[in-house]
Write a protein that binds this ligand. Sequence first.
Ligand SMILES: Cc1ncc(COP(=O)(O)O)c(C=O)c1O
Ligand SMILES: N[C@@H](CCCC[NH3+])C(=O)O
Length: 419
Amino acid sequence: MTHFEYQNGELYAENVPLSSIAEQHGTPTYVYSRAALEQQYRAFDEALASIPHQVCYAVKANSNVAVLQVLARLGSGFDIVSAGELRRVLKAGGDPTKVVFSGVGKTADELRFALDTGIGCFNVESEAELRQLDTIARSLGKRADIALRVNPDVDAKTHPYISTGLKQNKFGVDLVTAERLYREAANMGGLRIVGIASHIGSQLLDVAPYLDALDRVLALVDKLEKAGIEFEHIDVGGGLGVRYRDEQPLEPASWAAAILPKLAGRGLAVHTEPGRAIAGAAGVLLTRVELLKQTEEKNFAVIDAAMNDLLRPALYQAWMDIVPLREKSGAKPLNYDLVGPVCESGDWIGKERELALEAGDLLAVKTAGAYGFVMSSNYNTRGRAAEIMVDGDRVHLIRTRESFDDLIRNERLLERRHG
Ligand SMILES: Cc1ncc(COP(=O)(O)O)c(C=O)c1O
Ligand SMILES: N[C@@H](CCCC[NH3+])C(=O)O
């Protein structure tokens, strides 16, 4: 069930008409549904209920502290990739012992901070990181709980920019290196082996690559267990896709039903790191038509949301659904390219859409809750959008729109030269 639906020709978020939010808070504005976030988190939690498990929401998908707070209250763990994300989790009241730290470039300061915070697991992505973590942990008189992120070299059949489990990708360590490193890690005084991890890509629509990756990872687990190395958990990563257009994504329940038999009888807990599948359909981006512009070739609708607000179309040629906040009856649709005001030809949000538009119309870009606001920038000195959380009939402003003062606050004029 979606939490963004039309009632009497008006698009609602839960019990609130989105046009009232656009009128009160302006556009562009991201709007999230608390009920949708909760529903998706619970879908994963329940899908894995038959074995010990931890759902670690991938913070990078949508890191607003109110979003994290909603999930923390349900008992979610978190997959982080920076100290900044860890600070957000802590601010949101997340339990540090349920945090896993992924990422190919963790700095010494980040490792120290995460050790001091007592996070649940470091998902180590290289030999250099393994050695550095061991050294830092020993210098602090601690032992870091680790998993190696294994790169199983499987094709997740997704956009090349969001595929992560092929050997040409920068993520993780290959299976042969992982075996050697586990044996070495077992003798490192600053480390404690607790798990093994893999994450093969994002927006996956098929379970086959997960099963393929799992077979390869479990073969390594078997080898290492024979050598006396024991694991408490296996982290199967995130990556489950959502429907942007006509994709048929797997529900968490059918995904879990496919992978869990492979883990039966092993005594391993399972961790997963979904981002998009929890936050994607829980958000929309509200935007207004600034003006219409006809050229010889095209009908353009210039809207007030641009690539700096929502990068996915420009970066991945991603198709995202764009719908009016108020359905119009009788108006004749035309074929529009919906473009933003940024000075780049790649600045479009949708191409060749049949819509009946006038200046001032309000629109929603759907399924924008994941990799939306988090990938926004200040390009063209545009402030970042506001963010709103709807909860039943309540509307919470969870991030104010960035003002011009916010944008230039940290910049300094050169000091005048003396003499
Ligand atoms: C290590 C890791 N875990 C989890 C995720 C979340 O992916 P998704 O949002 O596709 O579930 C990512 C991003 O691809 C990732 O790199
Ligand atoms: N930003 C990507 C997903 C990246 C996943 C992180 N490794 C997207 O919008 O599809």
